[in-house]
Design a binder for this molecule. Sequence first.
Ligand code: ADP
Ligand code: MG
Length: 632
Amino acid sequence: MSTFQELGLNEDLLNAITDLGFEKPSEVQAKAIPILLEEDKDLVALAQTGTGKTAAFGFPMLQKIDVDSRTTQGLILSPTRELCLQITNELKNYGKYCKGLNVVAIYGGSSISDQARQVKRGAQIIVATPGRMKDMISRNMVDISKIQYSVLDEADEMLNMGFYEDITDILSHTPDDKSTWLFSATMPREVATIAKKFMYDPTEITVGNKNESTSNVTHEYYLVNARDRYRALKRLADANPDIFSVIFCRTKRDTQKVAENLIEDGYSAGALHGDLSQNQRDLVMKSFRNNQIQMLVATDVAARGIDVDDITHVINYQLPDEIETYTHRSGRTGRAGKTGVSMVIVSKSELRKIKSIERIIKKQFEKKDVPSGTDIVEVQLMSLANKIHTTETNHEIDKHLDSINELFADTDKDELIKKFFSVEFNRFFDYYQKSKDISAVESRGDKDGGRDYGKQSNDSRYFINVGSKDGFDWMKLKDFLKEQLELGRDDVFKVDVKESFSFFNTEKTLQEKVLAFFTDFKHEGRFVNVEVSENRGRSGGGRRDRGRGRGGNDRRSGGGNRRRDDRGDRRSNDRRSSGGSGNRSDRRSSRRSDDNRSDRGQDRKFNDSRGDRRPESSNSGSDRPRRSRRRD
Ligand code: ADP
Ligand code: MG
């Protein structure tokens, strides 16, 4: 393989490359860079995510532009704000020794006049999302009439997102004699059309097979009843204690629900979808990037920008409508030379889709069973053992050692280990001992797409006559209720906000308190009415649920013995984590609550109250009911 020097890059870039620690060019870089440096030609490059495309166009562009001029010479279009910022950042890194270089990012959701000002200061390179770019052109805030190089990055995704017209419009403002470089992971017809229409005799390079998914990703599917989807998801997570994953759902609603339920079940999860504000999305992404969120539940559109290198698993909670999208999903893992697993939770009726995907990715799926309770217990136990083994000893304990030793004078090592592990592990063990394995698929209807989000028995379910139209989302309503009723952090759950009304659950023991409080309560001048929903939080969805919940709110439907399984939870994990060996997953778990919350504008009190919940030994008031509920 060649070196960066041999590709013809200049000293400034080579120095930056040394700083970045890139040892040799990736395949797409080795192929594209010499072509782009040598002549001003159009290029179509097909390469999977994570193959280093940014540098493949970034280095040549940086070398070719004139940094002494303040004219905009390069334009890079990319599908999302997230990617746009990432490319900008990368280019700044690559060009850190190019004196006078100015790269500006242009994207929606942020001040347009600030961006215009930055451009005015003299941006040689603009990295933009199509929507905002078009907007700025129409307002005369940018001048791209002199650009020499245009890049269409992730062209397939841009077209998937419906940017065809915007791209056409933008390119019509650029000179005819510029070079156009198109980068894409796949080559659907639409991309070929773009190439034909906007490019002159492009050189084509392909890295790996066209449309083939990343080679270091293995693909697995898990056949379950649609109603077991959520339980299966939890088991997959439990069987992989160090999981760092993106979980894909089909709709925003499902995305939010799955994330909500994972959070409530004690996982460090977060939601990413288009109904969140840009600011909320940024915060979720930041937490994810910092490994503070272990499971990011996302829609396909929202996940377009996710470019995090060490994702261990992609979980397809539901398969995408367009099977081509699967390639994008699985490409989120196995990046930067690492291995990754793409898992699909699939119901019988969707099995044929697996075959179609296999044809597209040119790879076989491995059919796997959802991990059994025994498997999970073993994995968790060994993971705990490993954590203990690698924990740095706290020598504050030394001074108590004599008294402790005295207590255990008659206990041998094996016995001591067993006792010690029992403290940490019994609850987890009990839960999985009791829970049935999720296995064969029954033939009856699993067409609902798996809205199974868990349920519980000793709960009361309430109807409340406020909803999204009163400015509530589930987080806000939950906080509102907790604040008004002075409840602990876990006392209100399964909050389900509709337009003009909502549902929520508490422990049955709190029912009296809740109803009493709302007998005469006004919110913004309106009486707030709370009633116990007829199904009392049990299975079956209840008449009220069905009657009012327009969006097919059947998530609590289903059989009785599932209940316990669904609540199989991470509490014991939390405890272990908080025991504190300080490794990565520990940090994630122990910080997650604040992070999940702070991005949703939680108040101080809320965050504070969360702080004390982790070491279970602390047994804070708000913890108790929840634990007893879950653990029976
Ligand atoms: P793509 O656009 O193809 O998805 P990126 O350009 O985002 O891929 O690169 C993926 C990751 O690989 C980034 O973290 C980037 O810094 C890194 N990378 C790129 N080129 C190299 C290289 N030659 N050696 C090592 N790492 C690289
Ligand atoms: Mg890229």
